[in-house]
Design a protein around this ligand. Structure first.
Ligand SMILES: [Zn+2]
Ligand SMILES: [Zn+2]
Length: 255
């Protein structure tokens, strides 16, 4: 079975711990076929060490004897908050794969740093979240939309056990239609706090084909976590393939 982790962070992410060689060794131990390193490239960061990072990647790839195929991606955060900069950064290096993620709304901090004190507050933020995700999907400049349920991680942390379905079905249909029509996809982020089978089924119903699986590991210890189980969820949702990328071109592997 094809096993790949398409969402991992190295020490080039401010919250990442290990270098690319350590991540690669962990991927080999986890029995992965492919590892894509997708460090944060947020629009709020004044600098992004793109060239230095590509050098580290090439060095690691040149010394790679694990048999795991190593790929280089980025997790482009909040691209619509500064589209010219995001487009420049995404096109600035020969990346294999770009995740489009949304960790913060305009004029707000990262969902992680917000304290949630009422359901009304959560609902109001989620309405704005879906509006910005639709804008992100219309803009493009990424291959898959990252961790759709990101705000719910932290709303749940503060005691508000919200779900995306059934309440946000209309918003998800609009979003998934936009993504499917442009050939882009979503990821099964194995840290997602909500059941993903129904969400993936809905994506498929909206014409979506491209799904990647990623652990969102921030250290070598987390590489590959939940990915095999994620493929099982994809199968339950009716998918027979999982997406893989090279130089921003998609191919499909049977699962
Ligand atoms: Zn993220
Ligand atoms: Zn991430």
């Amino acid at each position: 079975m094809f096993l790949a982790d398409y969402h991992t962070h190295s020490a080039f992410s401010s919250d990442g711990r290990d270098g690319m060689p350590e991540l690669l060794a962990a991927a080999a131990r986890a029995g992965l076929d492919e590892l894509c390193v997708t460090d944060h490239c947020d629009m709020g960061d004044a600098v992004f060490p793109a060239a230095e990072r590509v050098r580290a990647f090439e060095e690691t790839r040149a010394q790679n004897e694990t048999g795991v195929r190593l790929l280089l991606g980025i997790e482009l955060g909040e691209g619509i908050h500064n589209k010219p900069l995001a487009e420049k950064r995404a096109a600035g290096q020969p990346y294999d794969f770009v995740i489009g993620s949304h960790h913060a709304l305009r004029e707000e901090k990262d969902f992680y740093y917000t304290r949630y004190t009422s359901e009304a507050q959560c609902r109001s933020l989620l309405a704005r979240y879906f509006a910005e995700l639709a804008e992100l999907a219309e803009w493009g400049c990424f291959d898959v939309l990252g961790h759709i349920a990101y705000p719910l991680r932290y709303m749940r942390r503060d005691g508000f056990m919200l779900d995306l379905l059934p309440r946000y079905e209309a918003e998800l249909r609009e979003l998934f239609g936009l993504l499917a029509r442009s050939g882009r996809g979503i990821e099964l982020n194995t840290k997602e706090p909500v059941p993903m089978t129904d969400i993936l089924s809905l994506f498929r119903e909206c014409g979506g084909e491209v799904v990647t699986a990623g652990s969102d590991a921030h250290s070598a210890a987390g590489v590959g976590n939940g990915v095999a189980e994620g493929l099982e969820i994809c199968r339950e949702a009716g998918f027979r393939t999982i997406a893989a990328f090279e130089q921003r071109r998609v191919r499909f592997e049977n699962i």
